[in-house]
Design a protein around this ligand. Structure first.
Ligand SMILES: [Zn+2]
Length: 144
């Protein structure tokens, strides 16, 4: 083989290797894209087929951990089988058009949840703070 021919062979081999790299990269990217699409499809299927009670149960587990096992309103530590047991509270009550979504929920003790009823969360915080003597000024409105 001539030197020129050897160089041409080496170039072809380098080009083939580069094309193979490119093909492998494209395949890996397509696979990652398919996996993302599958994840999204599973997520959508879960959303569509999971009963709301089950969703709330899962939200509560997540919220309890995020809130360090404490009530979003009074800060008490959750205790099962007592009025301090953990419940799902809708920040904007369902009866007031609040959505039944994770974003609209916090973990609250049963006592706060029952006291709050459909009250606005911020108003409830002020009302609760006044009732417990933390603030002296009563909230402007007690309800609604
Ligand atoms: Zn509470």
């Amino acid at each position: 083989m001539t030197r020129l021919r050897l160089e041409a062979e080496a170039s072809r081999a380098a080009i083939a290797a580069a094309l193979l790299d490119l093909a492998l990269f494209a395949a890996a990217r397509a696979k990652a894209q398919r996996e993302r699409e599958m994840d999204a499809a599973w997520q959508a299927l879960h959303e569509a087929t999971t009963p709301i009670r089950e969703k709330r149960r899962l939200w509560l587990i997540e919220m309890r951990a995020l809130q360090d096992e404490r009530c979003a309103y009074c800060g008490c530590r959750f205790e099962e089988g007592t009025p301090q047991r953990a419940t799902v509270d809708h920040v904007v009550a369902l009866s007031r058009g609040g959505p039944d979504t994770r974003d609209n929920c916090v973990a609250a003790c049963q006592r706060c949840n029952e006291l709050k009823r459909d009250m606005d969360a911020e108003l409830f915080r002020r009302w609760r703070s006044w009732l417990s003597g933390e603030t002296r000024e009563p909230p402007a409105r007690f309800t609604r």
